[in-house]
Write a protein that binds this ligand. Structure first.
Ligand code: GTP
Ligand code: MG
Ligand code: ZN
Length: 307
């Protein structure tokens, strides 16, 4: 029996079959060993093979995982070796961000983007809570547009509580399987509920998310928004550490760099100190935004502090 993982708690999973039957499932011991180094051997979005557990009703065992088409993976910080797969087999990954309460940094966005690039996943930014920006909205927009002009990122601006900017985003993601990721309290669950009124994810109270470590959504879960549209809501994350990207590969995942780096004098240019570096020249002339270059260096140096 085959199915798709729709919820992951770390110790047990929810798996839905093509006919729509939902199973509660656990992994077999062997499977754990097969996927070294991730805190979750099975991720939401995984296609798995199940074996019915004769001892309990509606309970099954996951006996194998189909190869993933793609996935979003991160680590919490540089001192941990623990990696976490947020979700797999995606059509697009949406970073939900906000400028204030809480602030999403450019460094966080750029790490997410590198991961999407490395795994060939379409990246979308939904900048939520624009109702809190007042007169500064126009300035914020023009800055963001400038920084990400050539970064292969599709950007939407909106407010989940005021139901602003939702139509375009909804049309863009219709019929797709998307992940919503971002810091705790940016409004991922609120956005999902605002887009589709048949969904009912738990949303945090205003006061809750300011408290450290307070997450309203505690498990990744895939919701069926309508025929074919699936939304994976995830718990808020503080950091987005890039994993499985070698230093010498990193420049490929910055589209602005990729376009011109063959013009660097040295084919193994790191774009840090080399003479006749096309990337450094582009940063100097303003063709590559310095914020993007800063993130490149920061990821290369394995820094946890974001701009
Ligand atoms: N002003 C404003 N508040 C919003 C908006 N969207 C969500 N909120 C509020 O932000 C708070 C957090 O919303 P949630 O949807 O629980 O945030 P989340 O990203 O799902 O958080 P976690 O589940 O902890 O990761 C709630 O009080 C929402 O009402 C918005 O567009 N504008
Ligand atoms: Mg939530
Ligand atoms: Zn260079």
């Amino acid at each position: 029996m085959e199915g798709t993982v729709t919820k992951s708690t770390g110790s047990w999973y929810q798996v839905e079959t093509a006919e729509g039957k939902v199973w509660k499932a656990r992994t077999r011991g062997k499977l754990r060993l097969a996927q070294l180094n991730t805190s979750n051997p099975v991720a939401v979005g995984d296609r798995v093979t199940l074996e019915i557990d004769p001892n309990y009703e509606d309970t099954a065992r996951i006996i194998s995982i189909e190869d993933r088409e793609n996935w979003i993976i991160r680590k919490a910080n540089k001192s941990t070796s623990k990696r976490q797969i947020l979700a797999s087999n995606l059509d697009a990954a949406v970073l939900v961000g906000s400028i204030v309460s809480p602030r999403t940094s450019l460094g966080f966005i750029d790490r997410f983007l590198v991961t999407c690039q490395a795994h060939h996943i379409k990246a979308i930014l939904f900048l939520n809570k624009i109702d809190l920006l007042g007169d500064s909205l126009a300035e914020v927009k023009s800055q963001i547009e400038h920084i990400y002009e050539h970064a292969e990122l599709t950007i939407f601006y909106g407010s989940a509580t005021n139901k602003q900017g939702l139509d375009d985003f909804k049309a863009h993601t219709y019929g797709k399987r998307i992940l919503l990721a971002g810091h705790s309290g940016v409004g991922k669950s609120t956005l999902m509920n605002a887009l589709y009124d048949n969904l009912n994810a738990r949303v945090g109270a205003i006061s809750e998310y300011h408290q450290k470590g307070k997450h309203t959504t505690t498990f990744a879960e895939m919701f069926t928004a309508d025929e074919g549209t699936r939304i994976i809501d995830t718990p808020g994350i503080r950091d987005f550490g890039v994993v499985d990207v070698e230093d010498h590969e990193l420049h490929q995942y910055f589209p602005e760099f990729r376009r011109i780096m063959s013009e660097c004098k040295f084919s193994n240019c790191t774009h840090i100190h080399e003479p006749d570096c096309a990337v450094l020249k582009a940063v100097e002339s303003g063709d590559i935004p310095e914020e993007r270059y800063y993130s490149y260096r920061s990821i290369l140096n394995d820094e946890d502090i974001y701009n």
